[in-house]
Write a protein that binds this ligand. Structure first.
Ligand code: MLT
Length: 316
């Protein structure tokens, strides 16, 4: 056993949260500014705090024999091998609600930019042209179809109501309407939505959920928004759907590979691309840091955890 429980901060998190951790009953090894130091920190790590840069795979877990807790300062745990952690009895926690408002706001921004046709207008005006005339449509009267209806999509639906937009959703884990959003089959979201907005967690079974077949079933002239995980959307098929006009525009905060390499997609005049910043507001990062530090401090004191992610098939 290591004498003092050591908490390794592998990725940058909110500074105030790290300061609070330093005042706790532990030693803090903050290697976030120099990832090359992580390997040396793992053998004595009791807890590990990560964002998405550090991939907590089986090899990393094996290199940390005293690890008891992995704290993900964010929502998605696809960068953590929860099965390998579960086999060792390592607890995994996340910050499930920290970024809800930030991602909801980013999604709303994307809807408005896309539906109003603003991207080409901004580019042409900044390029010295003055292209007036009818531009886009109103969000009022449009239907937003969510793929995945968890915390973030529900928050967006709540915020869309005063805009006069209708909402429908597909979610294999939700069967009844929630707050006025009908739960419908995947195909119906594709057929009815003016905007297909992706909010599902990435799992081993939903890679390329939006593929060529799905795009072919979408309403002609509809839009795609992905603020969840890049691998949920087949980027090559999306580019083709943009080319054919089936999809009129897309807003992507996440990519199959990050940073993205698909230059044709990035440069497409009807594609908005941002660098996976949905959760990167000051507020969301302060909450994410505070939430995971709270969990680490609870674990250090032997108190029950509040945001534990069960291992696959587990109920922890
Ligand atoms: C999340 O899962 O919390 C977001 O994608 C943000 C992040 O990975 O940092």
């Amino acid at each position: 056993m290591v004498d003092v429980r050591r908490v390794v901060v592998a990725d940058p998190i909110d500074a105030a949260a790290v300061a609070r951790l330093r005042a706790g009953p532990c030693e803090v090894d903050d290697v976030s500014t120099d990832p090359s130091k992580l390997a040396a920190a793992l053998p004595t790590a009791w807890a590990l705090i990560v964002r998405s840069r550090t991939k907590v795979d089986r090899t990393l877990i094996a290199a940390a024999p005293h690890l008891s807790l992995i704290a993900r300062a964010g929502v998605g745990v696809d960068s953590v091998d929860t099965a390998a952690a579960g086999e060792r009895g390592i607890h995994v926690v996340n910050a499930p609600a920290a970024a809800t408002a930030s991602v909801a706001e980013l999604s709303m921004t994307f809807y408005l930019l896309l539906v109003r046709g603003l991207l080409p207008k901004i580019a042409s005006t900044k390029g010295g042209r003055w292209e007036r005339g009818t531009s886009g449509r109103e969000l009022a009267g449009r239907t937003v179809g969510f793929v995945g209806y968890g915390r973030i999509a529900r928050e967006i639906a709540r915020r869309l109501a005063p805009f006069g937009a209708a909402t429908i959703a597909y979610d294999p884990f939700v069967s009844a309407a929630v707050d006025g959003t009908a739960i419908v089959p995947f195909e119906e979201v594709l057929a009815r939505a003016d905007i297909v907005s992706v909010h599902a967690a990435l799992t081993p079974t939903n890679h390329h959920l939006l593929d060529a077949r799905a795009f072919a079933r979408m309403k002609p002239g509809s839009y795609v928004v992905n603020v969840a995980r890049g691998a949920l959307v087949d980027e090559a098929a999306l580019l083709e759907a943009l080319g054919s006009g089936r999809v009129a525009g897309a807003a992507l905060d996440v990519f199959e590979e990050e940073p993205p390499m698909n230059q044709a997609l990035l440069e497409h005049p009807h594609v908005i691309a941002t660098p996976h910043l949905g959760a990167s507001t000051a507020e969301a990062q302060a909450r994410a840091g505070a939430n995971v530090v709270d969990e680490v401090l609870r674990a250090l004191r032997g108190e029950p955890l509040q945001a534990e992610v069960p291992p696959p098939g587990g109920t922890r």
